[in-house]
Every structure is written in structure tokens, then in C-alpha cells.
Write a protein that binds this ligand. Structure first.
Ligand code: ADP
Ligand code: MG
Length: 654
């Protein structure tokens, strides 16, 4: 079954080369029970590892079940190993924080791809630990742990069990238990090879091979065996299930996910810390994009409330402390200007002059100081101010200088409270006005409450209330967007001609194009959104690096676990997937919690700080996609590092 000829193993350490095995040849038939003995450093473990396919020889031939192992790839070796060989180590190498039963079932992940806990339970009963199935390694004695390890070695129904000093860490009572177990296994037809330096232990074997300095110095068969017999006969459970081909199936994948999650649950705090970066990053992406979008939307709605295709002509203002300007330098706009603009420029759809002033309003015993605006009947359509309740005044009411008022929402609350204001009389600067409508709510535009306003007919405002014969501003609505610029030029020349202003006097009046303001504002809010998004992206990147960092630590810390898994038959891709899954679970979980946190922050901000926010589905998809990718990207390196570990080096790692 095992045929070894002229096997040599040389370790290279810098310039030094150390021959651990030189020219070893042995033949081991099926059903043997062999003890390998020799002083420390004589090459026993090296030989065992070669037999167990954990290591490859420097030269020589090794045939296992007639197969020359020199021609096999790493994965083929892993496959052969898990189908034929069970290992028992001196240090037990059980997975901590994992129950005995699950430890026993572990090798099944890599062979049959579905965990048969029942079989694991049977084996535990077989080794006398039926009542310890749910105990963890640290809740078991050394002898019990080693028996769990033996059960684990048996779970894939091996033909060979290799035990490297299985009793090295045990007391004499446990020693006997373990040894009688091994000899029982041999009776069932399993080949047992064990390494020991105790004559007592070696006596259990049928053949003793002694080594020194990497060479076999004697090989004797023991004829007579009188052993302390175990009272129970071992009956190994028979595998009824056919082994499936060891490729990655989806079933297998779910097992890997379970393994990954188990490892993460075992390290809750670390898992949480490593997902913290992603969590904060994702939350930041969600919240910042929501804020950015909210800002954009509120700007857009502000812009809509300004009206579209609108030009405003404003009287220039006196400069304080600057070059003094004569009164001639200021164009005092009049209602005639508005009429002439309308009449002489065909592309102008409508004009509405306006004048504003302060007004002290009273209703019954209530007082409120507000802004009074006099304007014409065109204003509400042009500036999105059509009353929500009641009506606006019309052209004839304006001409007749009637005392009518359309009031904003702030006034409704401040003056009227619960009373219906329509038809009521209020006093503005002691002059009585009848309320005929309520303006739509426009909110705060950042520097002023836009609802703290009263609108009255322009003529009434000019001649009855404010005592001015000029207006402050003329709103001009242009029919088509493309005519805006030419209209602006025409208005400019009309005003200059009518008020005798030289074109060089640029601050006599101003014409503002609302379209320009709109595009400038939405441009800046877009820039703002991108800025916020890039800050969030950077925090995601940092989160990813955090995951990579912790995964690397985890790989180093679990080097021996990886070695063990490989010894139990895990292939490179098994380990790769396991660690990749861990990284992905961390980042996805972080992503999900981050999304929830982001939504919570967003809602909190709009609730507490009264900011406009808008969570977009896009940002949620983006964040989850990004966090998954982060997991794969930053998990790949640590996972590859883990997968490429040499089983023997990893197992010896301290
Ligand atoms: P033992 O019989 O005590 O189990 P080993 O087979 O472990 O002995 O080691 C045999 C020799 O090979 C020893 O001299 C040891 O120092 C050396 N050796 C074992 N493993 C390595 C290694 N990975 N690198 C270098 N030298 C090693
Ligand atoms: Mg050894």
C-alpha cells in the first residue's frame, strides 16, 4: 500500500542544508500497525509528513495505493490525502470555540461537501465521548481532546491513520485510552502509523521502526502481543453516501459561508471593529448623498418659485462710502417703463412692477411688522404666487387704488391664528385693508422668510401707503427662453434712453436673468453633491483597508487553523473562498448596518436640524455594491495569503 524507496528530505536554511531524511526505504502493507521510534530530531515527523502527503521529498519515490505521488499537483495531493488519511497530532489541533461534534465533522466540508453531524456524533460515542458532543475543546481534558481528534481522523473513513506522538501531551490514563482506541482501529483493518519515543507505547504496535539521524536503523516485527483489551468492540459507522466529486458546488459554497460566519461570530468584537470602517463609510455615502440631493431639490424648488424665463430690472443703489453718485446716475423706474417694455418688445409676454416697504400690521389686538409689496395682477403667474385660498386683485382694482391685501402664511399664523382671514380687515400702517387671499407657502430662502409678506395693488402702495412715485423692480417675463438675451439688450437700451443714462454707467440699474442664477445655483449644488460623495468614497476606501488589515491579522493568527484545514484535505480554493467569504460577510454586514445607520442619520438630520434630505435608491445600491466589492477586493490578498500557506509550515507556526 505504501511503498517508499530511497526517500531523502533536505531542508535548506540559507547556505546551510540539513538532511532530515536520507535514503529511507520502507514498504507498509495494508492493515499494518507501525511505531516509528527514535531520539528527537531523528526525522520521525519528517517521515510521517511525507507519508501523509503534507510535505514533498527532495528525492526518491513514494507510491501510495500504486500512485506515484511525485506527479501529483497540490490539489490532487489534498484530494488523495483527505480520501485516504486521517491525522492525529500531538497538539490535538482542534478548532477552539467550536463544539466537539463540529470539530469531528470538519473534514467532511472538504470531502463530501455536506456535514453529516450524525456520523460525527456516532464517532464521538465510539471514542467514549457521546455525552460531550457540545463541549468545546477548552472544556475537555487533554485525553478527551485527543479522542475528539481521533474521531475527527476517522470521519472520512480513512485507510490510514497517522499519529505523531499522539500521547506526548497526555497523562498515563489517557495514554492507555488513546492507545487502545488506535489498536482497536487497527483491528478494524485501518493501517495505523504512530510516532513515539516511549517503549511502552510502541508495544501496542505490530512492527517497530527505529530511526537515527534520518536513517532507519532497525525494523522489527513483534509477534506476540499482549495488550490490555478494551471491553467494547469498535464498530465503525459505514458511509452509505457516495462521495461526490470534490469540486466547488453551491452546496459547498453555503458550507463555506457557514464556516466564515462561525469564525466571525467567534470574534464578535473584532468583527464589529473591522466592519466599523465600512459601516461608517456606507452611512456617510447614504447620508451625504441624501443631503446633497436634498439641497439640490430645495434649490430647485426655490428656483421654481422664482419663476422661469424671467428678467428683473432693478433700480441701482447708492453706494455707501464709495464714489458718490449723483441722483442722475440712478434710474428711478416707473410704471410707464413697465408698460413701454411690454409694448415695444414683442418677445415680452408680461411685465409686473413692484415696490416694497415696511409695514406695521394690526388685526384686533395683534401686531406684526412685515414686508409690504405693491405689484400688479400679472405678478402671481410670473412668480408662482397664485393664492391658495381666495384670489389676487385684478387690473381694475389696482387702477382704482383699492385697499385689498393678499397675505403670506406667516401673517396668517401671527395675526389670525385660527380665524379665517378672508374678508377680514387688517390695518397696514394704520390704513385699513381687506384680506382677499392667502399666498402659497414658499418657506425660508436662506436669508428671509418668504411667507412674511403682504401683497397689495401697486397703485395703492405707491400713492396711499408708501408715498413713492417710482417702483423698485420690474419683473419681465419672456415668451421663449432663446429670446432672453436679446430681450435683455432691448430692455437695457429702452431704460437708458428713457432715463438718459450713458451705457458706461453700469450701476444705474441692473437687469438680472433668473436663468443664469438658476443654472449657477444648480451647478454649485451639483458640485457640492460630488464633493460630499467623494468624501464618502474616501471613507469607504479607508473602511476597506481596515477590513484588509484585520483579515491579515486574522490570517496570521489562524495560521495553524489553516494548516490544520489543509492537512484535513482543504484545497487552495477552499481556504481562499473561506477567507473571501469572511471578508465579504464583514463588508456586507457593515454595508447593511451602514445603510440603516445612514438612513437613520438622514432622517435625524431632516427631523432635528430641519434640513431637506432625500435618500435615493441609487445611493443605497451604490453603497451595497461598493461594500461587497470592497470585501472582495480587500479580502482577496489576505485570502490568497492564507490559501498559499504550506500545511506543514502553517501547522508548526507558533
Ligand atoms: P523528530 O524525529 O524529532 O520528529 P523531525 O523530523 O521533526 O524530528 O526533524 C528532523 C530534523 O529536521 C531535525 O534536525 C530538525 O531540526 C530538522 N527540521 C525539521 N523541520 C524543519 C524545517 N521546517 N526546516 C529546517 N529544518 C527542519
Ligand atoms: Mg517530531
Amino acid at each position: 500500500m505504501i511503498q517508499i524507496s530511497n526517500l531523502t528530505k533536505t531542508y535548506r536554511m540559507g547556505d546551510l542544508s540539513l538532511t532530515a531524511l536520507s535514503d529511507v526505504s520502507i514498504t507498509i502493507p495494508a492493515g499494518s500497525f507501525i511505531a516509528i521510534m527514535g531520539p528527537s530530531g531523528s526525522g520521525k515527523s519528517t517521515l510521517m509528513n511525507l507519508i501523509g502527503l503534507l510535505d514533498s521529498p527532495t528525492s526518491g519515490n513514494y507510491q501510495l495505493f500504486g500512485q506515484e505521488i511525485g506527479h501529483l499537483s497540490e490539489d490532487e495531493l489534498a484530494q488523495l490525502r483527505r480520501n485516504t488519511t486521517g491525522f492525529v497530532f500531538q497538539q490535538f489541533h482542534l478548532l477552539p470555540r467550536t463544539s466537539a461534534q463540529e470539530n469531528v465533522a470538519l473534514p467532511q466540508i472538504y470531502s463530501t461537501q455536506n456535514i453529516n453531524l450524525e456520523k460525527a456524533g456516532c464517532l464521538l460515542e465510539l471514542v467514549g465521548l457521546g455525552n460531550r458532543k457540545d463541549h468545546r475543546p477548552n472544556e475537555l481534558s487533554g485525553g478527551q481532546q485527543q479522542r475528539v481528534a481521533i474521531a475527527r481522523a476517522l470521519v472520512n473513513s480513512p485507510k490510514i491513520v497517522l499519529a505523531d506522538e499522539p500521547t506526548g501531551n497526555l497523562d498515563s490514563k489517557s495514554e492507555k485510552e488513546v492507545m487502545s482506541l488506535l489498536s482497536e482501529l487497527n483491528k478494524q483493518g485501518i493501517t495505523v502509523i504512530l510516532v513515539t519515543h516511549e517503549e511502552e507505547i510502541a508495544k501496542y504496535a505490530k512492527r517497530i521502526i527505529r530511526m537515527r539521524d534520518g536513517k532507519i536503523i532497525s525494523d522489527e516485527k513483534i509477534k506476540e502481543r499482549n495488550l490490555p483489551q478494551t471491553s467494547t468492540e469498535l464498530v465503525l459507522p459505514i458511509d452509505t453516501k457516495k462521495e461526490t466529486s470534490p469540486t466547488i458546488s453551491f452546496l459547498n459554497f453555503s458550507v463555506h459561508i457557514q464556516e466564515g460566519v462561525k469564525a466571525l461570530v467567534a470574534n464578535k468584537i473584532r468583527t464589529f471593529l473591522s466592519m466599523l470602517g465600512i459601516l461608517i463609510g456606507v452611512a456617510a455615502v447614504i447620508a451625504m448623498l441624501a443631503l446633497g440631493r436634498g439641497a439640490q431639490q430645495s434649490i430647485e424648488s426655490q428656483l421654481a418659485s422664482l419663476g422661469s424665463n424671467l428678467l428683473t430690472v432693478r433700480t441701482g443703489s447708492y453706494r455707501m462710502g464709495g464714489v458718490s453718485l449723483g441722483t442722475g446716475a440712478i434710474a428711478k423706474l416707473t410704471t410707464e417703463d413697465a408698460e413701454i417694455i411690454k409694448k415695444s418688445i414683442p418677445s415680452v409676454k408680461a411685465t409686473a412692477a413692484e415696490i416694497t416697504g415696511k409695514g406695521q400690521t394690526t388685526y384686533k389686538d395683534k401686531n406684526w411688522s412685515t414686508q409690504v409689496m405693491g405689484t400688479t395682477e400679472n405678478y402671481p403667474i410670473m412668480r408662482a404666487s397664485i393664492p391658495v385660498i381666495g384670489r389676487f386683485f385684478d387690473e381694475s382694482e389696482n387702477r382704482k387704488r383699492m385697499r385689498l391685501a393678499v397675505i403670506g402664511m406667516t401673517l396668517v399664523t401671527e395675526l389670525f391664528g385660527d380665524t379665517d382671514p378672508i374678508g377680514e380687515y387688517i390695518k397696514i400702517n394704520k390704513v385699513p385693508f381687506q384680506v382677499i387671499g392667502i399666498l402659497p407657502e414658499k418657506g425660508n430662502n436662506g436669508w428671509r422668510d418668504q411667507d412674511d409678506i403682504i401683497m397689495i395693488p401697486l397703485q395703492t402702495a405707491m400713492y396711499r401707503l408708501l408715498g413713492k412715485n417710482y417702483v423698485d423692480q420690474i419683473n419681465v417675463e419672456i415668451e421663449k427662453l432663446e429670446d432672453m438675451e436679446s430681450a435683455e439688450e432691448q430692455i437695457k437700451s429702452i431704460i437708458e434712453k428713457r432715463h438718459r443714462i450713458a451705457p458706461s454707467q453700469t450701476d444705474a440699474f441692473q437687469i438680472r436673468n433668473m436663468q443664469d442664477i438658476q443654472s449657477a445655483l444648480s451647478e454649485s449644488s451639483k458640485t457640492m453633491s460630488w464633493l460630499l460623495a467623494s468624501i464618502a468614497a474616501i471613507s469607504l476606501l479607508v473602511g476597506g483597508i481596515g477590513i484588509m488589515n484585520i483579515m491579515l491579522v486574522s490570517v496570521t493568527e489562524r495560521t495553524r487553523e489553516i494548516g490544520l484545514r489543509k492537512a484535513l484535505g482543504a484545497m487552495r480554493k477552499d481556504i481562499l473562498i473561506q477567507f473571501l467569504v469572511e471578508a465579504m460577510v464583514v463588508s456586507l454586514l457593515g454595508g447593511i448596518i451602514g445603510i440603516l445607520l445612514g438612513i437613520a442619520i438622514t432622517l435625524g438630520l431632516s427631523f432635528l436640524a430641519n434640513w431637506t434630505t432625500s435618500i435615493s435608491v441609487f445611493s443605497i445600491i451604490l453603497a451595497s455594491l461598493f461594500s461587497a466589492l470592497t470585501g472582495i477586493f480587500f479580502g482577496l490578498w489576505p485570502a490568497r495569503k492564507a490559501a498559499s500557506l504550506d500545511p506543514i509550515v502553517a501547522l508548526r507556526y507558533e
